[in-house]
Design a protein around this ligand. Structure first.
Ligand code: HEC
Length: 159
């Protein structure tokens, strides 16, 4: 008898908790989320759009999709790199350490270093095209924020 009463109480508490959670979701967090979105978009516009426009979208945008990847809109970034038989994810929103896009800009994996090292015709040497530490830190922060984008697609800036 004691046992079944406890069981019921847990059930009731569980239902009440679920209701409270649902109510909470409807009521308070919406403005908080909107503020976070706004902050994310402002960060994107100030820090990330210029990096992508100057260093990435020339090869990963509307005109060219090297590696089957576009970075000019959030939808394309999330969709990933389209191969012949499979599509590879390049970002894990919230987790820079699990995101190929971050591994690529950190030049950690010799197979994928972005922007790619470039042969310099004048010197005959290969120039390291690695972004600055500050730019890489901003990209990591952006992935942590969940890769917010502004409304307009990123247009390539020709160098
Ligand atoms: C000069 C052209 C060029 C530029 C600029 C460039 N990429 Fe790439 N990218 C490539 C090519 C080619 C590939 C496919 C071959 C490879 O993986 O090395 C690629 C592949 C990738 C991949 C791996 C896709 C996969 O198959 O998983 C990522 C991620 C990536 N690029 C991100 C970036 C980012 C971020 C930037 C800007 C910081 C950038 N790229 C700039 C040419 C470029």
């Amino acid at each position: 008898m004691g046992r079944s009463t406890t069981g019921k109480r847990v059930l009731i508490l569980g239902a009440a908790g679920a209701l409270a959670l649902a109510a909470g979701n409807l009521a308070s967090p919406a403005p908080a989320r909107a503020a976070a979105d706004e902050k994310g978009v402002a960060f994107f516009e100030a820090k990330i759009r210029p990096i992508l426009a100057t260093n990435c979208v020339g090869c990963h945008g509307e005109e060219k999709q090297k590696g089957g990847l576009r970075l000019d809109t959030r939808e394309h970034l999330i969709a990933g790199a389209k191969g012949d038989d499979k599509t590879e994810k390049v970002v894990e929103p919230g987790s820079p350490e699990k995101s190929k896009i971050i591994e690529a800009v950190e030049y950690k994996n010799e197979d994928t270093q972005m922007p790619p090292p470039k042969k310099n015709k004048a010197t005959g040497k290969t120039d390291n095209m690695k972004l600055t530490d500050a730019q890489i830190a901003d990209l990591k922060e952006w992935v942590k924020m969940g890769v917010p984008y502004g409304t307009a697609p990123v247009a390539a800036v020709k160098k």
